[in-house]
Design a protein around this ligand. Structure first.
Ligand code: APR
Length: 234
């Protein structure tokens, strides 16, 4: 059993890759097929809401066909078995962590299975398509519903809680993220400034930030994450 008291784990698209969900960057990544500026910004939603809805609707529908993998399950096992605290901070908008059993979880880039009304701010669980005609179930305004996700140029969710957990943790693990998108890409530097936490990268290949980590293990998430969790749980 490890001596760590408080563990924070950042996850990215790489942890869901072996569940069949495309990552964003790289040769076949989502952003190699479609321009972020067309579907992933508030400005895109103002200019062409139909296209933005269409992209998110397809993404939401595709999630129904994917299952959590051994890496998601290992993190849930760590949360159950570790005597200290375990917080998973995910950049992913899928629901595979919660379906695997993680409970202490922050979706910093939001959730595709939620929709938000721009008129009243109401947030609802949402599994259907969204469109220009979709009405808010709270205030009844039509055409103001959007996916409850963080687009580029928007502030990620839960940042206060995340920063406070990063300040307290003594182990920070980053899994399946390329280290391209801030503020998540800066978490390892934030933690290291605190000076007392061990930092580990578990990723298929070296990320942009590998050199910032004290330890790294490179390989597929379904192999390296369960192995690392086994080590922590002794
Ligand atoms: N196991 C582990 N890591 C993997 C695997 C795998 N099977 N497959 C891919 N990876 C790694 C890649 O090597 C890459 O470093 O996962 C990382 C995925 O990087 P990105 O596609 O950039 O995804 P992510 O870092 O989560 O992106 C951050 O960017 O577009 C936005 O909002 C979107 O949340 C996303 C953010």
């Amino acid at each position: 059993m490890s001596d760590y008291d408080s563990i924070v784990i950042l996850t990215g698209a790489g942890i869901s890759a072996e569940s069949g969900i495309d990552t964003f960057r790289g040769k076949d990544g989502i952003w190699s097929k479609i321009d972020i500026e067309d579907v992933g910004t508030p400005d895109a939603f103002r200019r062409n809401p139909e296209m933005v809805h269409d992209f998110h609707n397809q993404f939401r529908r595709s999630l129904q066909t994917h299952e959590p993998n051994d890496a998601h399950r290992a993190l849930a096992r760590l949360e159950r078995g570790h005597p200290g605290s375990v917080l998973v901070v995910t950049q992913n908008v899928d629901d595979l962590h919660e379906r695997a059993g993680s409970e202490n979880l922050i979706h910093m880039h939001g959730e595709l299975y939620k929709a938000r009304c721009e008129a009243c701010g109401g947030i609802r669980h949402w599994t259907d398509d969204l469109g220009l005609e979709t009405a808010c179930g709270d205030c009844e305004a039509a055409g103001r519903m959007r996916p409850h996700v963080t687009w580029f140029y928007e502030m990620p969710m839960g940042m206060e809680e995340i920063q406070s957990a990063l300040g307290r943790c003594d182990l920070f693990i980053s899994i399946g993220t390329s280290g391209n998108v801030y503020p998540a890409a800066g978490f390892v530097a934030d933690v290291r400034r605190g000076g007392r936490a061990h930092t580990v990268e578990l990723n298929l290949e070296p990320s942009e930030g590998t050199s910032l980590f004290a330890e790294y293990v490179h390989g597929p998430a379904t192999e390296v994450v369960p192995a690392y969790v086994d080590e922590l749980l002794g």
